[in-house]
Ligand binder design. Sequence first.
Ligand code: ADP
Ligand code: ASP
Ligand code: MG
Length: 452
Amino acid sequence: MIVCKFGGTSVADAAAIRRAAEIIRGRLDRGPVVVVSALAGTTSALLAAAEQAASGNLVAAIATVEASRDRHMTAVSELLGDDAAAQEIAADESVMFDELAHLMEALSVLGHVTDRSLDAISSMGEQLSAPVISAAFARAGIAAVLVDSREVMITDAQFGRAEPQPEAIAAACRERIVPLVRAGKVPVMAGYLGATMQGVTTTLGRGGSDYSASLIGAAVEAEAIEIWTDVDGMLTADPRIVENPKLIEHIRFDEAAELASFGAKVLHPNTIAPAVRLGIPVYVLNSLNAAGKGTKITFDAPRMPVRAIAGKGNTVIVKVRSARMLAAPGFLRAIFDVFERNRISVDVVTTSEVSVSVTLDDDKHLDTVVGQLREFGDVGVERGRAIVAVVGAGLGDSNSAMAKAMTAIGDVRLHMVSLSATGINLTLIIDGDELKPVMRRLHAAFFDTETA
Ligand code: ADP
Ligand code: ASP
Ligand code: MG
């Protein structure tokens, strides 16, 4: 069995969905299980509509819903025509769009939106795309069967970023997915969403369809997980920032995980973990260039001092200064307990004799956290920072990589610096507006052969 996940641009319209069908047709002998995203841009549009509705702009919210309805109906008619089966799909889609419109009206009356209702709304993108894609595959002669992700992707009730329950997922896969594949069928399911044991819809966080694919891959003990996207694979830097980044043909799990968590959007940061446990290789491939090599992610790839550069903005630094307590046993535990209680994950940590500084991805719950940290000392908060990560399993083997990185960034102000003892990443915290130039300079220093 293999799991093939198609991201938003790989199912953006009828032409993309037809390409996806051909990719699956070429893999039928490997027992594919298909995980799909929403049509590109749908999730963001739905979330924006929810915000508009909750802030009183119902007209704009409904217009967004109707634009999405038109787009889905166009895809249905282009892919399926208008026979009885097509009309049935169109009618089901229409019911979901009516439901979305009702949800928008409810939000505009309430005037606010909860994480639970946001999940009900944002999960609609995949609930709408999966039936169309499954029917299109069937029309293309593939024995596709739509599987309801809410019956398979069992999670806890942390709306917006639900925690999957691997045992329940494995049991559901044994019951609902494996028998289909054994019978020569191709299960097609929505990524990104799941449900609690009680059946309440949840989501795995933005970009979460990669994570869905990886969780399903682990649950069915797949021989490979394929992430089909719109670039040739994992690249040496974000192509939207750096010109001409290079394809990474082979990368280690730990390197890929670092890149994902420091901003390489091509993989959701949690994608690697379920695959690592079973040693299942993950491939990142381009649905617009299906014959390309892509990137292979496994335990063993040749060690390189620097594999790639990643970066992300909107970083918040929280500093706790406490001359009397830092050396005291249990001090760091007490500080991190505050973050754990507030379910905030910390990215980078640095300490001095009298202070500890951490970086966070966003400022959700920040006021509560700062209030609780004040118990331990003076607390400072700095917003608008960015993190740049230079990632490579052999970073620690090389005498020159650090020096090269420091030379490349020049006199940019550094707020925090961290080199992991395992030698896998060098992280630099800089001002947000320096992010792009610093990434470009670092990339040029390590990857442009002319300047290296
Ligand atoms: P999908 O909809 O297929 O999940 P995403 O938009 O989530 O696609 O991720 C693919 C995008 O990630 C690429 O189009 C690219 O712009 C961006 N990206 C950022 N960093 C990297 C990187 N290091 N390698 C490849 N792509 C990257
Ligand atoms: N559609 C979801 C998003 O845009 C999940 C995904 O595409 O991975 O965040
Ligand atoms: Mg993605």
